[in-house]
Design a protein around this ligand. Sequence first.
Ligand code: AMP
Ligand code: ZN
Length: 113
Amino acid sequence: MDCVFCKIVAKEIPANIIYQDNNVIAFPDINPLAPTHLLIIPRKHIPSLPHLAEADSSLIRDMVHIANQLAKRQGISASGYRLVINSGKQGGQGVSHLHMHLLGGRQLSSALG
Ligand code: AMP
Ligand code: ZN
């Protein structure tokens, strides 16, 4: 499958994988928008939020928990951070493999749109 994140999961494309378990991996965004900018992704190819089955709800829960742990590890837990999931064209999703951005380490804009 021609999916850049599946290729990172399969180790066909290099990434500095800073967290991994049976279901999830995390690595730095190649184009960081903040001092901390990590991507937390499922190993399984789920294209976007509407493709999440009810059985996947534990996956999102785990991704949030992992993001919180990574924020703590990066020292931004107290200063604050943002978790973002873009979904679909108008949601600004560029890579069609579900992923959560963890952004922090600077004052983020309050604008969401
Ligand atoms: P989104 O716009 O929410 O789909 O975010 C996709 C993100 O993936 C962007 O912030 C890209 O910079 C990032 N990205 C694309 N290719 C790679 C890669 N090979 N390694 C790390 N991050 C990547
Ligand atoms: Zn994929």
